[in-house]
Write a protein that binds this ligand. Structure first.
Ligand code: MG
Length: 273
């Protein structure tokens, strides 16, 4: 029986270089994917606005997952059957798994008041501060600030204080995760839950599918656990995120997009389609 392949990928530090944000090193693999018409689902802690900019540059028209599984955005008409979704925004049908951003901000501000530590969310930082921390341009920061389901935060303090902040988050019934650059405050959503839901819908369209995912950081673990072929790319310094362990994990030879390219070129011919 024919099996289609679907690829899910993190952006920062995985398909995109962690410093230059370039995906140029992955062009050969991206061309291979395009030639085979394999859906490429961007699954990031980035916002919808940021991911849209990358989709445009990549000429990608597949659904995508924003803000650590907060929202699944499906272009209207992508599926020719009905499925349940929460709202329609622009040209997307949106499956919402995250909780609204204002609730996250409210919780973060309460935690800041309870702690005497230097804890700052995206909402507290100016555009130029974020640009300095991330290397994004001011225009790109404007896209990154359009948050819907996830609040990245930076924290300066001892390990003990850090533990306390994370405990306070959990006591409020909220969750946290760690990406390639920031901690994130969020609801019960994660990349894995979103990948499983979207895989179920893609299966209705494509029949039997083989799933692949690529990531670099702890927030990618649920996504890696949800697919047939999990791939971990190297972080700067040619090291692997040490907390990521899951069965069948493929360790890509190369940092970020370089590892992405090498792993996909090696893996795809091994998957029968
Ligand atoms: Mg990452």
């Amino acid at each position: 029986m024919r099996s289609s392949i679907v690829i899910f990928t993190d952006l920062d530090g995985t398909l995109l270089d962690s410093v230059s944000y370039s995906w140029k090193a992955a062009i050969p693999a991206l061309n291979l994917i395009k030639g085979k018409a394999i859906p490429l689902i961007l699954c990031s802690s980035k916002t919808r606005a940021e991911i849209e900019a990358h989709r445009q540059q990549l000429d990608n028209h597949d659904p995508f997952i924003s803000e650590n599984g907060g929202g699944i955005f499906i272009p209207d008409g992508y599926f020719d059957f009905s499925f349940s979704f929460q709202k329609k925004v622009a040209n997307y049908l949106v499956i919402e798994l995250g909780i609204p951003y204002p609730r996250l901000r409210e919780a973060l501000l309460m935690i800041v008041q309870q702690m005497s530590t230097d804890l700052k969310g995206y909402g507290d930082l100016s555009a130029s501060e974020i640009a300095a921390q991330t290397g994004l341009s001011l225009e790109e920061v404007q896209l990154a600030k359009q948050r819907e389901y996830d609040e990245p935060f930076v924290f300066v303090g001892s390990d003990k204080q850090k533990k306390r902040v994370l405990q306070l988050i959990e006591q409020k019934g909220l969750y946290w995760t760690r990406g390639s650059r920031y901690y994130h405050l969020l609801g019960a959503n994660d990349k894995g839950k979103a990948v499983k839901i979207l895989t179920g819908i893609l299966r209705q369209k494509l029949g039997r599918i083989t799933t692949v995912a690529l990531g670099d950081s702890p927030n990618d673990l649920p996504m890696l656990e949800a697919v047939d072929y999990p791939i971990l790319v190297q972080r700067p310094g040619k090291v692997y995120e040490e907390t990521i362990r899951c069965s069948g994990l493929i360790r890509a030879q190369g940092v970020g997009p370089e590892g992405w390219n090498a792993a996909i070129i090696q893996l795809l011919p091994r998957i029968r389609d």
